[in-house]
Each structure stands twice: as C-alpha cells, then as structure tokens.
Design a protein around this ligand. Structure first.
Ligand code: ADP
Ligand code: MG
Length: 542
C-alpha cells in the first residue's frame, strides 16, 4: 500500500502505514535503529544535508549549522529563516527536508509513497496548517489531509480496543511540547443511515515549551555537578568538551532510567575518566516539579470537561515512557490509563486515517460524512466505521464599525467560533459607513477567543493595535468591495464567512445590485493592508 501517515514532530518524526493485514505498522529507521527520526537537520556543507540522529550529534559541536524545533516556527508570521552556504531556508523548507528523509525510509525498503496524511497539533491555526501542507507538497508528497495529533492517537487506540462511546483525555508529552486534549468518540449515523464512530475534540490545553528536554536539562545539571564533586572542580573549571560529552549522554541515560532503577554514565572530565551512577529515585526527585506542572495543565483542562466524564487517559509521546509520568497520571485517574507505543501512536493513527480517505475515494458510496467513513475489512480490531469530524481550529470574523451610543468603535465580530464543525458558514448583513462610499475594505480576522466581539489587531485605519495575547488575533486578509456611485448608507451588504479544512472563504454581496465579491484566504500569502483610508462597514444601528 502506498498510503502513509506521518507524525511530523517537534523533536522526533515517525511514518507508518497499514500492513498486508490492515494493521498499522511503523517503517523502521534502520540507520538509527529506531522507530522514529530525530527532527534535526545538519547542514554539513553545500553538498550534504543530514537529517536524524547523525544531525543531532552535531548539536553541541556545530550548533550554528544545525536546525531543530522547526515545528515551533512553521506558519508563524515574521518567522526567521536559516542561511547556509549562501542558500536561505524557510521553516517550510526545513520541514520538507525532514519529510523527505521519512519518504526515503519507505523507498529504501522498496516501498513507494503516494498519498499521505500529516498530523498537526490540535491548536495549530490555519497558517500553521497550510504551511505544514506546503512542506509535504515540497517534499513531493500528495497530502490527502491533515489530522489533529490527539485525534490520530485516539484513532490508533480505538483500532486496538474498540468501544462505542468514550471520552478520552490524551496526555501527550513529547520532546519539547506538552499537549492535553479531550476527545470524544461517539456513535452516530451518517447521511446514508450507517452507524459511524465520530471523533470530536472537546478541549485542548498544554504548553509548547515543556517536554522531555526539560528532563534532559535537569539530568545534565545533575551530572555536571557530580563530575565536579568527583574531581574537586567548580562548574567554571569544566572544559567545553566535557560539557559536550555530558550533553550527548544525557538522553540515553534518561531512556535507561525508564527501564532500570539506575543508569551509569562515563564522562571524560577534563581528561580524567569519571563514572557517575544516577538512581531513578534521585532522577524522579530532581524533576518532580516538572511532572507536577504537567498535572496542573491537566487540571486546567478538566475545568472545561469534568474528570468524571473521562473514561480513558491515553499516554502519548516518547516522554510518557518515564515511569514517573505513568505513576502520576495513574494516581489521578486510577485504572483509566492506557499506553501503547506512545512514540508511534500518532503516526499509526494518521496511517489509519489515510487509508480511510483512500478507501472513501475508491468506494465513494460509503463515504457520506465530512472527511471519512470507510470500513476496515482487514483490521481485525476495527469493528465499526469512523468519521473524523473536522473542527475549526480558530474563530473567524470580519472587522466592522459599531455605532452604538453615538461612538464609533472598530470591532471584530466572531462569526465562526473555535471548535465548530466544518464546513462552518455564517452570514450577517452590514451597511456602508457613509453615503457615496466608494469601497469597503472588509478585513478577515482569526483568533482564539470564543467571545462574540473583541478588539481586532488593527484599528479601522489599518494601524496595528494591542490585543489580549491570549486571543492571538491575526489579520488574515482583506476583501475589497467596490460600491457603485451614489450608494446610500442604507444599502445592505451581506457578508458570509465559510471555513473548511482548506481555508477561509469570504464573500460580500451588495444586495441592491446583487454584485458579489469574494476571496479565498489560504493565509500564507502576504497581507497588504492599506493603512490610510477608512472604508468600512457598520453594524446596523438605525
Ligand atoms: P515529539 O516531541 O517530536 O512529538 P516524541 O513524542 O517522540 O517526539 O517524544 C520525544 C521525547 O521522548 C524526547 O525527549 C525523548 O528523549 C523522549 N523519550 C523517548 N523515549 C524515551 C524513554 N524510553 N524514556 C524517556 N524518555 C523518552
Ligand atoms: Mg508528538
């Protein structure tokens, strides 16, 4: 089968497909003897770019030629670029290099790769999503769809242990990010009257700067201190080579401690061989506050969905191999915790979803639902059909002038709220601000708020203005609506927003002339905002 699921991770990436029996299977990275590929790129020289473990080994020695954590940059405004040997690379291009390495894993084993599904964090906005899709296309992949990481993890869990109605809390602790997501699986009927299992995201939370690296840093500091004590040195006396030696051994020691009660590391401290033994209990003690921090995020998420409603807690992400994590989560949710190949679950779920989409195309009669709905004749564990209900990753709406109380305020009216089922459509009628207005600059905004109205990130003249950072308000683009001469300020202009997985469609209809203006915002395009004119629509007030 040439359909694959890809988990393009912040620190590690993974690619999977369904084997001949229809069971999800990860493509091994034989070179690194691993199921995953480190999401690290080393620009060795003009002719050689290395991706994976070998690149990671250069982090300490050639840090300025190594790019890692690029997922934090992808699709961000004003993002940085990277320059090596006279060439400039964007985060999309770096991500494409990682995807190309995954593609080569398949090809090295004699496979071909055509269609893929790539996973993204549930909190990714439109720009991050379309940038991820672009990276896939740049790597020569046909990106069938993107799927949220926790949804993919839940899919792979259900492929294993099917249950009809379930609310699952996905605790995903990776290398550099921590995501808590509550997903609901429920039986429903599709348009054809068939039973399908629907997956929806109920709540998301977490921290994009919290992950396995924090445990590595603590262990590094501990080993450095122990090396100093052993050799009667102060940290300032320790040579750069020694520090590098410790850095390169920390992650391996951490992984050993997930299996064993103690781990030994041998470090060359300024030329003298030193053996340090780390006990698991000590490691747990020195990192207990980080574990507690993750649990605080779990508690915050439980304010949105009560703990009693959670049937299963799914541990995902390589860092959940650590027994201290399993124990902490088990203490909070006794008897509810499940963990299956946490570093592969997301890629496997994406592979299941990718095959669902391909089957839907091959067998369209079965695919009545938004984005999936095929059966799994092969996968023994799957006893039902699935449908993944796509939800809007953000809230969307236009900027308009509120005339209330005789005072003009430029506001963002949220048409479509975060978490709504896609495709989502909403319309509202507005009016020109004044008589004989020549045009309307209809601005479309994205944000993370569920408020009906909020402050836009530009004022009515297009000048940037401060907003609540938690709302993450972004300007997506502008639709110019030309008005014919002598248009009165009572002319109704119907504005419609439609959001689906591919982007935001904005439409404005002059209901007097039936003239229609529309634009499609995929959002990676440059945004040109005219900074002077005041050509807006107003909310009806008279
Ligand atoms: P990503 O953050 O890219 O989604 P993963 O989910 O694969 O990546 O998680 C990577 C993190 O998991 C790294 O910090 C890695 O050190 C850690 N990790 C992987 N295996 C183990 C293990 N056996 N014990 C402890 N940590 C592990
Ligand atoms: Mg991950």
């Amino acid at each position: 089968m040439s359909t694959y699921g890809i988990d393009l991770g912040t620190t590690y990436s993974c690619i999977a497909h369904l084997d001949a029996n229809g069971n999800p299977e990860v493509i091994r990275n034989n070179e690194d003897d691993s199921n995953t590929v480190a999401s690290v790129v080393f620009f060795e020289n003009e002719n050689n770019v290395v991706v994976g473990q070998a690149a990671k080994e250069n982090v300490e020695t050639d840090g300025d030629r190594v790019v890692q954590f690029v997922k934090r940059e992808i699709g961000k405004r004003d993002t940085r670029t990277y320059e090596f040997d006279g060439k400039t690379y964007t985060p999309v291009e770096i991500s494409a290099l990682i995807l190309t390495r995954l593609k080569h894993l398949v090809e090295a084993q004699g496979g071909t790769i055509d269609d893929v599904v790539i996973t993204v964090p549930a909190y990714f906005g439109l720009e991050e999503r379309s940038a991820t899709r672009q990276a896939g296309e740049l790597a020569g992949l046909n990106v069938l769809s993107l799927i949220n990481e926790p949804t993919a993890a839940a899919l792979s869990y259900c492929a294993r242990q099917f249950q009809e109605d379930r609310t699952i809390l996905v605790y995903d602790l990776g290398g550099g990010t921590f995501d808590v997501t509550v997903v609901k699986m429920s039986m429903t009927q599709n348009a054809a009257g068939n039973d399908v299992q629907k997956i929806t995201v109920l709540a998301t939370g977490g921290d994009d700067r919290l992950g396995g690296k924090d445990w590595d840093d603590r262990l590094y500091a501990h080993i450095l201190r122990a090396c100093c004590d052993e050799n009667g040195l102060t940290p300032e006396d320790v040579e750069a080579e020694t520090r590098q030696d410790i850095r390169s051994k920390v992650e391996e020691a951490k992984r050993k401690l997930s299996k064993k009660q103690a781990a030994k590391v041998r470090i060359d401290v300024n030329g003298s061989r030193t053996e340090i033994t780390i006990k698991r209990t000590d490691f747990e003690q020195m990192t207990s506050d980080i574990v507690a921090k993750t649990m605080n995020f779990v508690d915050a998420t439980l304010e949105k969905v009560p703990a009693e409603a959670i049937d299963t807690v799914l541990l995902v992400g390589g860092s959940t191999y650590m027994p201290m994590i399993i124990n902490a989560v088990e203490a909070k949710f006794p008897g509810k915790v499940q963990q299956h190949d946490p570093d592969q679950a997301v890629a496997k779920g994406a592979a299941i979803y990718a095959s669902m989409l391909v089957e839907e195309v091959d067998n369209p009669a079965q695919g009545e639902t938004t984005s999936g709905g095929a059966t799994f004749p092969h996968a023994e564990q799957l006893t039902s059909k699935f449908t993944v209900e796509d939800q809007t990753p953000r809230s969307f709406g236009p900027g308009v002038v509120d005339m209330n109380g005789g005072k003009q305020t430029y506001v963002l009216e949220n048409f479509i709220k975060i978490g709504e089922k896609m495709p989502a459509v909403f319309s509202k009628t507005y009016y020109p601000l004044e008589d004989n207005q020549e045009l309307v600059r209809l601005r479309a905004f994205e944000n993370m708020s569920t408020d009906d109205t909020l402050i836009p990130c530009v004022d009515e003249e297009g000048n940037p203005q401060a907003t609540d950072p938690a709302h993450n308000v972004k300007l997506l683009g502008e639709l110019i609506v030309n008005l014919p001469p002598n248009t009165s300020r009572d002319t109704p202009i119907k504005v419609t927003f439609k959001v689906d997985a591919s982007g935001v469609h904005v439409e404005a209809v002059n209901t007097k002339t039936d003239e229609k203006f529309e634009t499609f915002l995929r959002t990676e395009s440059d945004i040109d905002v005219e900074r002077s004119a005041v050509h807006q629509l107003r909310i009806s007030s008279d």
